[in-house]
Design a protein around this ligand. Structure first.
Ligand code: TYM
Length: 327
């Protein structure tokens, strides 16, 4: 089974990305053929500073390798190194209805936040579908916020298959135990770089990690019948960063009404800090040799580009384009 997923290099990676997606990527690379992408074409919808984008791509590569992606087991590449993504995106845009794109909640949210709403923000899900379909990937490990995009990727694939003949599998999602990590300071919203104080970054120090968890919102106005969103969020993180025994212990305490949030936060803060300190150390090691990291990315891009060309040759033939004669 071939697996594809991607992340935008739009700033430091946070524990929401890790818990919702990257942890799964690291696990899946041992079992399947995995292709992971640093999506800098997508990032252009919000980043418009070349130097910054270059830096953020390098940072994302370091973060992902430090989390445990291993180029001997998976491919990790930068999207713009495989321009076939954009060619397939154009072809798929002719299979995508504006009605489908208009339904996308992420577009609505993002366009409300910006004064200049670029067309790339609107057609974003088409490029994302192209990313996946270019490799005929069957499984896409993502967090919950990407499920709607995945749903339309299936719609576009189906449309293409119906019109031009069976070509693409319809990709399915794979979720983790913490599919939607909420903002630590406002558990009604998704943890995100765009909400100040909501995150813990992979590069944060032990002190910052413990402080952020200590400050996390739990119950507002006393415990009710059902678990409050803030406490549920801490339990979700516990499932990712702590042992099953620790999770069972605190769940039992909660059931008995004996749970002290201070104890839960202390354990969770310590466990996140322990996990992230290993990642931070690995990152520092990797950062000493940027040339090596660059080579890894280029090597992966070369390998996946061969797969991309195969799909695109097939697609070009089906839609009525001549084989490329210029290369
Ligand atoms: P991005 O860069 O926003 O996020 C990368 C991954 O992290 C997950 N994630 C979360 N999971 C749980 N809780 C959260 N608070 C949280 N925040 C982010 C996301 O669901 C995602 O899996 N459009 C994608 C990138 C992309 C892609 C693709 C993904 C481009 N092409 C093809 C899959 C397949 C995005 O912006 O993810």
């Amino acid at each position: 089974m071939r697996i594809f997923s991607g992340i935008q290099p739009t700033g430091a990676i946070h524990i929401g990305n890790y818990a919702g997606a990257i942890q799964n990527w690291v696990r899946l690379q041992d079992e399947h053929e995995c292709i992971f992408c640093i999506c800098d074409y997508h990032a252009l919808t919000t980043v418009n500073d070349g130097e910054r984008l270059r830096r953020q791509v390098a940072d994302a590569a370091l973060d992902l390798l430090a989390c445990g992606l291993d180029v001997h087991k998976c491919r990790l590449f930068v999207q713009s190194q495989v321009p076939e993504h954009t060619e397939l995106a154009w072809i798929l845009s002719c299979c995508a209805s504006i009605g489908e794109l208009n339904r996308m909640t992420q577009f609505k949210e993002k366009s409300e936040r910006s004064e200049f709403v670029n067309a790339g923000l609107f057609t974003y899900p088409i490029l994302m579908a192209a990313d996946i379909l270019l490799y005929k990937a069957e499984l896409v490990p993502v967090g919950e916020d990407q499920l709607q995009h995945l749903e339309v990727a299936r719609v576009f694939a189906r449309h293409f298959n119906n019109v031009f003949g069976q070509t693409f599998p319809e990709p399915q999602s794979r979720l983790t135990a913490a599919t939607r990590v909420m903002a630590l300071n406002d558990p009604s919203k998704k943890m995100s770089k765009s909400i100040p104080g909501s995150t813990i970054m992979l590069t944060d120090s032990d002190e910052v990690i413990r402080r952020q968890i200590k400050k996390a919102v739990t119950d507002v106005g006393g415990a009710g019948e059902t678990m409050s969103p803030g406490v549920a969020n801490l339990f979700n993180l516990l499932k990712i960063f702590s042992t099953p025994e620790t999770v069972a212990f605190f769940e039992e305490q909660y059931k008995e009404g004996a749970l002290r949030y201070g104890d839960l936060k202390k354990t969770l803060g310590d466990d996140i800090a322990a996990k992230l300190s290993v990642i931070r150390e690995r990152r520092q090691e990797l950062a000493k040799d940027p040339g090596l990291v660059e080579d890894m990315l280029v090597d992966s891009a070369k390998q996946v580009r061969c797969l991309a060309r195969q799909t695109l040759d097939e697609v070009r033939e089906k839609v009525g384009y001549s084989p490329l004669k210029s290369c």
